[in-house]
Ligand binder design. Structure first.
Ligand SMILES: *Cc1c(COP(=O)(O)O)cnc(C)c1O
Length: 465
């Protein structure tokens, strides 16, 4: 399987190189040249498979030639062994034909574990085979950092450095990162804000000469193709549990960078009957404005109670645009050039195509808190702030009550105790059993000045020989 850039100028890559490369040299994102399509009989034959066995069937065509069946199976087994629920992605009912898909059963209590546990083991396997070692560098305002650290902490061929803004991430989020004491894990608390962290990582990718001889940087952010690929699996898993593929299912997805819901779009293209894909946003609503009013304009960032969706521009949206424009790289390049002005307008044809599957919804903090409260009162089920936005989006946008709607639960409520307390539940949501000692665990992190030379020196010195 070949991977091509959404801007049409960068060389096509094989699977391994696409995973190691991140952003294409023309500024685009890598996507598979063709998608595998499964017929109804094939999908139906997967009913009853374990999550891991299903993951094997769905991922196999994408890695064709790069991994043997046994290698892929081993990577999948290792990735999901760290989840503490045997279903990996269990479903819970919260209303008539309304289901919560709990994607927070992994080590860091957020859905990012699905992709990053897989990616860590995948990278380590590829690197061992190539006798290569790499440095992973990333910036985080919360969830991504801890999931990346957990994903890479057992990888012999990766040293990982994650920057977070000093004193500006929540205690739970910081401790999820800083209590991982593996030798190859380094947390940098930067004396600056999240943008400073991100700029420093960007500059380091642009000029990697500070790294020790023979090392390169690898990005594990949500544009990494392998992350998207791993996320396709749970759309199939949920559908099969609810009567698919013989009946269509809808999904409501709390959306930031458009990675998670793009995986749902791919599932649909691959043959899974999906009636609606509902984009749920908070006050940072560029995608809602785009889908509802063809207004894709940058607005100032709002700090909300659902911080993992506080994003001004959704990078993976470009992958959808590529399809909406019939995979015309030149058209995407033009659109992205237009967007440098701060706004872009989609063609009427692209809007029609997008709206045939997607709808969107926006929910502010106050209304989100009411949803947490109402759902708790009616069902005893406690939602996290991101998931609550998805549930309301599902309730508002569903076009057909007889089609099951699955709301993706992207985080465990205990990750966001402040918001859940505000919703008036009176007590902090408890951390799951295996994390109850989080606040007693030893922490390790380095506070560094907001100075790129200090950061790069730290990275170079601490990269293992
Ligand atoms: C990352 C994240 C999201 C957004 O996912 P995207 O793939 O960026 O759209 C939503 N909720 C939580 C809890 C997250 O960590």
């Amino acid at each position: 399987m070949k991977y091509i850039s959404t801007r049409g100028q960068a060389p096509a890559l094989n699977f391994e190189d696409a995973v190691l490369t991140g952003l294409a040299s023309d500024g685009g994102l890598y996507v598979p040249e063709t998608l595998p399509v499964f017929d109804t009989a094939t999908i139906a034959s997967w009913a009853g498979l374990s999550y891991q066995a299903l993951a094997f069937e769905i991922i196999k065509p994408f890695v064709d030639g790069a991994l043997s069946d046994a290698e892929l199976k081993a990577i999948i087994e290792k990735a999901y062994a760290s989840f503490r629920h045997d279903a990996i992605a269990p479903l819970v009912q919260t209303g008539h034909n309304e289901w919560i898909l709990e994607l927070f059963q992994g080590p860091t209590l957020a859905f990012k574990d699905f992709a990053l546990q897989f990616l860590g083991h995948l990278l380590d396997h590829i690197l061992a085979k190539r006798k290569q070692k790499v440095v992973v560098m990333g910036a985080t305002s919360g969830d991504t950092g801890s999931a990346a650290i957990e994903g890479c902490s057992r990888c012999d061929n990766i040293d990982i450095f994650i920057l977070h803004p000093h004193k500006r991430v929540s205690d739970v989020q910081r401790r999820q990162m800083t209590t991982v004491l593996a030798k190859n894990v380094h947390n940098i608390a930067l004396e600056g804000n999240f943008d400073d962290c991100q700029n420093m990582v960007k500059a380091s990718f642009a000029d990697q000469s500070f790294l020790p001889e023979g090392r390169q940087l690898v990005a594990v952010n949500s544009i990494n193709w392998a992350r998207i690929m791993a996320q396709i699996v749970y759309y199939f898993y949920a559908s099969l549990a609810l009567g698919g593929p013989h009946r269509a299912v809808s999904f409501s997805v709390p959306t930031g960078n458009f990675g998670d819901i793009f995986a749902g779009y791919l599932a649909s293209k691959m043959g899974l009957p999906i009636e609606q894909l509902i984009i749920a946003t908070n006050a940072n609503d560029i995608l809602h404005r785009c889908i509802s009013a063809n207004d894709h304009s940058k607005q100032p960032l709002v700090h909300s109670l659902s911080p993992s969706m506080d994003i001004m521009v959704s990078s993976n949206f470009e992958r959808l645009l590529f399809d909406l424009y019939d995979r015309d790289g030149a058209a995407i390049t033009e659109l992205m050039t237009q967007f440098k002005s701060g706004t872009m307008t989609l063609s009427a044809e692209a809007m029609v195509k997008a709206r045939s599957l997607f709808s969107s919804y926006r929910l502010g903090d106050e209304e989100m808190l009411t949803v947490i409260q109402t759902v708790f009162e009616r069902t005893g089920y406690l939602l996290d702030p991101h998931t609550a936005i998805g549930v309301q989006a599902a309730r508002s946008n569903r076009s057909n009550q007889s089609t099951p709607v699955v709301c993706l639960a992207t985080a465990h409520p205990a990750k966001f105790p402040e918001a859940v307390m505000k919703a008036g539940q009176g007590q902090e949501p408890a951390l799951p059993h295996h994390m109850q000692d989080l606040f007693e665990r030893e922490e390790r992190y380095e506070v560094l000045a907001n100075d790129i030379h200090a950061v790069q020196k730290f990275v170079a010195t601490n990269t293992r020989k």
